[in-house]
Ligand binder design. Structure first.
Ligand code: PLP
Length: 413
């Protein structure tokens, strides 16, 4: 009998082996059959400092001795208070409110609901959301609605709500993006949601910081809320704590997850500017923010996040990020036979094979197996191979990753 486990984004019918991982450390994963795998994608982009970071593990263990879980509607606890205080120290001062949830998808759902609640409670209901082409914001019905339509969501398309899509600011086409946004803003939508500086699951495509700055300025001019989904880009991934910083942009609503706990346990926050909170603040219960999940602000997850924040405040994380970016850039530049090499901070990507292949390109599973056979966790997006390692990865591990990508480029060109 095969395993009863139904894995995400996995076609079990291909009969691919599914390794069982029993231990992790730094940038390495150890399997039950004794292999050491280099984690080149931070286990779905979450592991920032490294696996089993000692301060985060200690915080989790200590919290498990005190308080495991408490309803968060109308109750609070010290780890959540520590995380909120820490975020207010680290994040832009205009973001004064912190709403907890459990994943990147819920952080985005919360952001969308906050935007609609804001407009309703001001007596000017608005429902339209503007999105950036190629975007990815999660796999719930709401987050798929604001993401690119395609292989990921074909079966659910009739249920997805309608959005207005702004063309991606590809090189040379930036003005078209800004013009389309300006025109869409005239119809008084509720909000624009973007992945700042780089769209992730949509193909690791970068765009310049001045375009992000101009998009935010257009939204501000039209009083359209600007939502930054920094679920992937946050916590140093792009070279700064937030990608928005590189454009001098402070969003109205900010979504964070993945690296919030250093990648150890699930947690997310949606941070908002004060007027968005104030629109919900009232003695009228009908105006409160109607969102929660059973595990909102789980104390053990919050203890991990508080430890992560302490690491950011006390250790030279951005220097590690800069060093990793430099070491990756050198290896990326030396890669033969790849198309469209690109990098932003700790994220590097290349395309293989022919142009325009989508997520379901036949090359994807071949590449996945090729890298797995070389003891590497690399998970191409169609023909795009990207590297997004933990910040602690060493030179030998990076060399192994880039040697295998070079070999793949030769084999699958
Ligand atoms: N937003 C962005 C930009 C993401 O990259 C992701 C996940 O990769 C999400 C949202 C969804 O996060 P999660 O998988 O934790 O729900």
């Amino acid at each position: 009998m095969t395993s009863p486990i139904w894995h995400p984004f996995t076609q079990h019918g291909l009969g691919e082996p599914i390794p069982t991982v029993v231990r992790s450390e730094g940038a390495a994963l150890y399997t039950r059959d004794g292999r050491r795998i280099v984690d080149a994608i931070s286990s779905w982009w979450v592991t920032t400092h490294g696996h089993r970071e000692p301060r985060i593990m200690a915080a989790i263990a200590a919290q498990a001795e005190r308080l495991d879980q408490i309803i968060f509607a109308g109750w609070s606890h010290e780890p959540a208070e520590a995380v909120a205080a820490g975020l207010l120290r680290l994040m832009p001062p205009a973001l004064t409110r912190v709403f907890f949830s459990d994943s990147g998808s819920t952080a985005v759902e919360v952001a969308l609901k906050m935007a609609l609640g804001y407009w309703l409670n001001r007596g000017e209901p608005r429902h339209r959301i503007l999105v950036l082409e190629h975007g990815y914001h999660g796999d719930t019905i709401g987050t798929m609605s604001v993401g690119a339509r395609g292989a990921f969501n074909r079966a659910y398309e009739p249920l997805l709500f309608d959005v207005a899509t702004i063309p991606f600011p590809a090189a040379g086409a930036e003005q078209a993006t800004l013009d389309a946004l300006e025109a869409a803003c005239r119809a008084a939508p509720a909000a624009l949601i973007v992945e700042p500086l780089i769209v992730g699951a949509g193909g690791m495509l970068t765009y310049p910081s001045h375009v992000l700055a101009e998009m935010a300025a257009i939204c501000a001019r039209h009083a359209v809320l600007f939502i930054a989904d920094e679920v992937m880009t946050g916590w140093g991934r792009t070279g700064t704590l937030l990608a928005c910083e590189q454009a001098g942009v402070v969003p109205d609503i900010l979504c964070l997850s993945k690296g919030l706990t250093g990648g150890a346990v699930p947690l997310a926050v949606t941070m908002a500017r004060e007027p968005i909170y104030q629109a919900h603040y009232s003695d009228d219960r009908a105006r409160m923010f109607f969102h929660s999940s059973s595990y909102t602000a789980n104390p053990i997850a919050c203890a991990a996040a508080a430890a992560n924040i302490a690491i950011w405040e006390e250790e030279p994380v951005l220097a590690r990020v800069a060093d990793l970016a430099t070491r990756q850039a050198a290896r990326l530049a030396a890669l033969p036979g790849v198309r469209h090499p690109r990098a932003l901070g700790t994220i590097a990507a290349v395309d293989l094979g022919r142009d325009g292949a989508d997520y379901l390109s036949a090359l994807g599973p071949k590449l996945l197996a090729f890298f797995r056979d070389r003891d590497l966790l690399l998970r191409p997006l169609g023909n795009t191979i990207y590297v997004m390692p933990p910040y602690c990865i060493d030179d030998a591990e990076l060399d192994a990753i880039y040697a295998a990508i070079g070999e793949a480029a030769e084999r699958f060109a």
